[in-house]
Design a protein around this ligand. Sequence first.
Ligand code: NAX
Length: 311
Amino acid sequence: MASRKPIRVAVTGAAGNIGYALLFRIASGAMFGPDQPVILQLLEIPVEGPQKALKGVAMELEDCAFPLLTDMVLTGDAEVAFKDANWCLLVGSKPRGPGMERADLLKDNGKIFIAQGKAIDAVAADDARVAVVGNPCNTNVMVRLDENRARAQLAQKAGVAIDEVTDLYIYGNHSPTMFADFTHAKIGGKDAAGVIGDEAWLKNDFLPTVGKRGAAIIEARCLSSAASAANALVDHVRDLVTPGKVHSVAVSSEGRYGFAPGVWAGMPVRTTASGYEVIDSFAMDDFAKSKIALTNDELVGERETIKDLLA
Ligand code: NAX
């Protein structure tokens, strides 16, 4: 089985909550398939507590005896973690704490990604691909959790299996302003709005439920989403390496769908043999355009907040 060359997967914040739900899925083959060996290169802050916790996680990974997990690297040094990495999964960063302004979070975590971006540039494999899970969000390229949340809500309302809900994509920020585009979604191949038959619910219940789902999980669990975030990252990467898959990813907008050029915004992409192409052909009605304008304004504001970091 392990005759294929292993993929080197660097994961930051590996001893955190998402890390704990993620690493076992990667090592089991859920992300890169049942025949693809992996080497996990795990980064935690170089502080005794998190390093000790990381060691414990690694011990559990050993105890799973995963056939696909051929090696592990545990480190507090980004240049060791990203060395020759083919995939860099940037999970480690601060969740928003009580009383913390969004702007403070953007600034604090933005610095982490600048330093890690430089390390990736210096030492990762030439074909390295990077997925950002940690907030802040206009540098956060993963909106898959939002897509999954939206599909689950529609399936539940319609009383159908999750696979029946298709063509549902997320536009904009990974925040309550995101637009889960029900106007093009399908349920059992039919227009979702027609199947649901309740436009007021779609506009006034569905959209805010999806947008504020993260806050609802924190309220219920007193912790932010971890297993579902890890699962979304597994889905995100798996679909990015599976040609033909259409899914939501935050990409540089280049003015598509009315987003300001240069902001990173969720929209549908199709995975190709060499990467992905953005699908920019959905015609938006006035309601969708107004929602996109709102989330675009927030993304532009967030870019303004961290403009010193971008310089
Ligand atoms: P935790 O606080 O449980 O874990 C974060 C881990 O990252 C900690 O172990 C910490 O020591 C480590 N860390 C911090 N700075 C680091 C650095 N510079 N290098 C390496 N490791 C570092 O948070 P967790 O629940 O795992 O969430 C991680 C991030 O994901 C947070 O920013 C969180 O807000 C974000 N989320 C993103 C989601 C998404 O869909 N994109 C949803 C869930 C989550 O809110």
